[in-house]
Write a protein that binds this ligand. Structure first.
Ligand SMILES: [Zn+2]
Length: 842
């Protein structure tokens, strides 16, 4: 009898496998074939668990996947939404989307598979308690249990210890929940709803991949009883590299985190310490049968596949095909989950040995509901082994499938080309990533379909299933339908096929600030994804705001055409207040969402469309809600002309423009030659001194600008090899950070002008902050600096180094590690008021 597991999950898993196979792999030809043949003979699996993209030990993953041929997975609790972004302005969920793809790219290199839970990385926290409170212990534990039950690992390896030595509270939680899930996954009374799809699973053992920050910890680790050693520096002669070198390539895929690392050859020791299950004497898999013997009747299958490995001839891989075809019927007849897993691998191994090229290419990358698609497909057998293409079947989009029963012989290196026309169902939903479709709950995503939980990305919209017959044996190979195109810089590329609404509404920004009672213009761009789009756009701003006009029409837009529609928004007015009457003296500071909705052919569309492009990652498309946050705050600013030195990337220039200031981005030649005296203030972006040599080189000019009466504001930087001493007087940047965003902020020098001019700052201005207070505060400073703000995490020492103020010559210098780069773009009214005072400082 087939298990629930295979009946419900096999199609999803196969679809993902197909997507993996189609993607660019670093090893091809003989090394790829040898890897896949070896893997057919190994029935063992290992799951590595940590908290973030980039926590994983890529050397351990490469060692088990590429060296030991184990099925190897990495479960990252989060998609890394709270990290930094070195390659673009994306933050939060969009950064999580990018990092999910970076992990997929890393796994293609080290040979692992990728999983996530619903947990969102909400930023740095020192405690597991805050983490578990924000995530919900049972909710995330349930996801870890689910991934274990579905993946069925023999060995689970934790990256962290579950103690304060892990640092980040989310790191600690990954180990706390990992330990708990090791037992809970085996217990049918835990999360019984999952048992509709999976069965309880007892992993054989739980290990901790130790790390040592200090010499004492190193000594302590060396003395840990039962610890075993793994040499990830071992050389793989087939691949021509060591596992550490593969790890270096894999880790360098974390581009948004600036994780590029060297590929160091030579020995490298890793240690695994037993935490649960029976302790291994020497090797992680000691006592675990990883041969075909673990499958009932598997010995014969194992013998055939071992012969295929033994007799493989690199010059003639097609000679291995008969043995693979011989092994296929008994594997297909077995109902063991391992057999289901290996059957997919076997069919792909046959394809590799035959040099079989199977491709399904859609004529567009974005189709609309009810629209037509033309899919061109190619089947090409690049070996002399006789094969026939029996049929192709299109699967996906509401299970519509069409079979083309044209039988064709696949003659050596002679492609069979044909086309299939398909119609996108009228009710097909937009291709929003599945974890972004429903409103989040606290710091977790909402995913109603249990079967999607854990997956790194959406299964392909459409698959083309090629049915191949070779020597009387029939097998299917699925390939995702993708869109192939040529980029002038990057060369031939493919991207996922998506479904998009007929029109989308793109808003210029996420936040519109009303620093006074005057109305502001908001321009909304309607963009058509299909020809002949007519309709109207209506703004809904709630009762307290007024949009003028309330709706605007658009008519006959062509595909890809965009049209701007301008509206005027009048700010918040208290209920019962007439526009013609006297203005309220001190209105409260409300904020509210402004929703834009397009009505086209009876359908209401309230989303925009954002394509994120960071080669070599494939372009990623999301449909953010067409909502702007309207913020009414009384903000006075006396500065007008601002110079901004962009650092690692932030959205501050646009935020400063919202105050009514003019912002000029300063390049290398500006810093070197331009007369800076025309600027009322110059602001350096986050980590600007870390990332820009031109800024470091022109620091004396900036200080001279201050001395002559200018205002210079430096935001947070980290202490790395690039950092030079900044500011007119010495101060040291430390590691002080305040991660609890609700923690109180006090004023150590209440008379400081930054608290009074032109805006009177009170504790209320620190309400509603997001993610954190700040990071990389100053740890020591010259007495000529005055401290302005003090805050600290609960139970910790006061940190006054988050904002330093000094007069220098005729000007003012300000250093601030507070997270202005998050709060201003996030529409936090009080943060605008404090920052306006910084810009206006004289
Ligand atoms: Zn981490």
């Amino acid at each position: 009898m087939r298990t629930h597991f295979s009946r419900f999950l096999a199609p999803l898993l196969c679809a993902l496998l197909a997507a993996t196979a189609a993607a660019q792999a670093p090893f091809s030809g003989t090394p790829a074939i040898e890897q896949s043949l070896d893997k057919l003979t190994v029935l063992g699996s290992v799951l590595f668990i940590a908290a973030h993209p980039d926590d994983e030990n890529t050397a351990i993953l490469a060692y088990f996947a590429r060296g030991r041929h184990m099925r190897t997975g990495y479960l990252s609790l989060t998609r890394g939404e709270g990290g930094q972004n070195l390659i673009g302005p994306e933050q939060g969920a969009l950064l999580g989307l990018i990092r999910s793809q970076e992990l997929r790219a890393a796994r293609r290199i080290d040979g692992g598979e990728q999983f996530f839970t619903r947990a969102i990385d909400f930023g740095y926290t020192k405690t597991p308690e805050e983490t578990l409170a924000k995530w919900g212990r049972e909710r995330i534990l349930s996801d870890v249990v689910w991934v274990i039950r579905r993946f069925r690992p023999d060995v689970i390896i934790l990256r962290f210890s579950g103690t304060p030595r892990d640092g980040h509270g989310q790191h600690q939680v990954s180990a706390i929940l990992g330990k708990e899930a090791f037992f809970a996954a085996a217990d049918p009374s835990r999360f019984p709803d999952q048992l509709k799809f999976v069965q309880p699973w007892k992993a054989r053992r739980l290990l901790f991949n130790t790390f040592s920050f200090t010499r004492d910890q190193e000594k302590e680790a060396a003395a840990t009883p039962g610890r075993i050693e793994v040499d990830t520096g071992a050389y793989n002669p087939v691949l021509g590299v060591s596992y550490n070198q593969i790890a270096g390539m894999s880790r360098s895929m974390h581009r948004s985190q600036g994780m590029g690392v060297s590929q160091r050859p030579g020995p490298s020791k890793n240690f695994l310490v037993p935490l649960g299950g029976d302790p291994p004497p020497k090797d992680a898999f000691d006592g675990i049968d990883t041969s075909w013997e673990r499958v009932q009747g598997g010995a014969a299958i194992g013998a055939i596949l071992a012969e295929a490995v033994r007799t493989f001839v690199p010059d003639h891989p097609e000679r291995s095909i008969p043995l693979l075809l011989k092994a296929r019927p008994p594997i297909a007849a077995s109902h063991d989950p391992w057999a289901t897993e290996k059957l997919g691998e076997l069919d792909e191994a046959i394809a590799l040995c035959a040099g079989l090229w199977l491709d399904a290419n859609a004529d567009v990358y974005a189709a609309v509901p009810g629209g037509k698609l033309r899919i061109s497909y190619t089947a090409l057998n690049r070996s002399g082994f006789p094969m026939t293409l029996d049929s192709v079947t299109l699967e996906g989009m509401g299970s519509e499938s069409s079979t083309d029963t044209h039988r064709s012989a696949l003659n050596p290196n002679q492609p069979v080309n044909a086309q299939i026309d398909a119609t996108v169902p009228a009710g097909q939903p937009d291709s929003q990533p599945f974890w972004l479709r429903e409103p989040r709950v606290g710091d977790t995503y909402t995913i109603s379909d249990q079967r999607l939980i854990g997956l790194p990305e959406d299964p392909p919209l459409l698959n083309l299933r090629f049915r191949i017959v070779a020597d009387g044996v029939t097998f299917d190979l699925a390939r995702p339908v993708r869109h192939r195109y040529v980029d002038r810089v990057e060369g031939e590329q493919t991207r996922a096929l998506i479904v998009a609404p007929p029109v989308v509404l793109n808003l210029p920004r996420d936040v519109v600030l009303f620093p006074d009672a005057n109305p502001r213009k908001v321009e909304i761009e309607v963009r058509a994804n299909a020809p002949g789009q007519s309709g109207n756009v209506r703004l809904d701003a709630g009762q307290e705001w007024r949009a003028d006009p309330e709706a605007r029409a658009f008519d006959g837009l062509k595909a890809d055409e965009q049209q701007p529609l301008a509206f005027e928004i009048k700010p918040w007015i208290p209920r019962g207040f007439a526009y013609s009457g006297p203005a309220p003296v001190q209105p409260p500071d409300p904020s509210g969402p402004l929703r834009a909705v397009a009505r086209v052919g009876g359908r209401e569309i309230g989303v925009g469309m954002l394509v994120i492009s960071h080669p070599p990652l494939p372009p990623l498309t999301v449909f953010p809600p067409a909502v702007v946050k309207l913020v009414r705050a009384d903000v006075h600013v006396t500065a007008r002309k601002i110079g901004y030195v962009m650092g690692a990337g932030d959205e501050m220039p646009d935020a400063i423009r919202q105050l009514g200031c003019e912002v000029a981005l300063l390049g290398a030649s500006d810093l070197e030659q331009r007369d800076l005296s025309g600027f009322d203030a110059i602001v350096t972006g986050v980590r600007a001194y870390n990332t820009r040599a031109d800024l470091r080189a022109n620091l004396p000019r900036l200080l001279e600008y201050v001395h002559n009466g200018g205002t210079l504001i430096d935001q947070y930087n980290v202490t790395d090899a690039n950092l030079v001493p900044i500011g007119p007087y010495p101060f040291k940047i430390g590691h002080g950070r305040v991660s609890v965003e609700e923690t109180p902020v006090t004023f150590p020098n209440p008379a400081n002008a930054l608290l009074h001019t032109p805006n009177e700052i009170t504790a209320k201005d620190f309400d509603g902050w997001i993610q954190e207070r700040g990071l990389y505060f100053a740890s020591e400073w010259d007495p000529r600096y005055q401290t302005v703000l003090e805050s600290h995490d609960p139970g910790e020492k006061p940190l006054a180094g988050g904002m330093l103020y000094a007069r220098y010559g005729k000007g003012v210098y300000i250093f601030s590690g507070y997270s202005w780069f998050r709060e201003l773009p996030g529409g936090v009214a009080g943060a605008y008021r404090v920052f306006a005072n910084m810009l206006s400082a004289r």
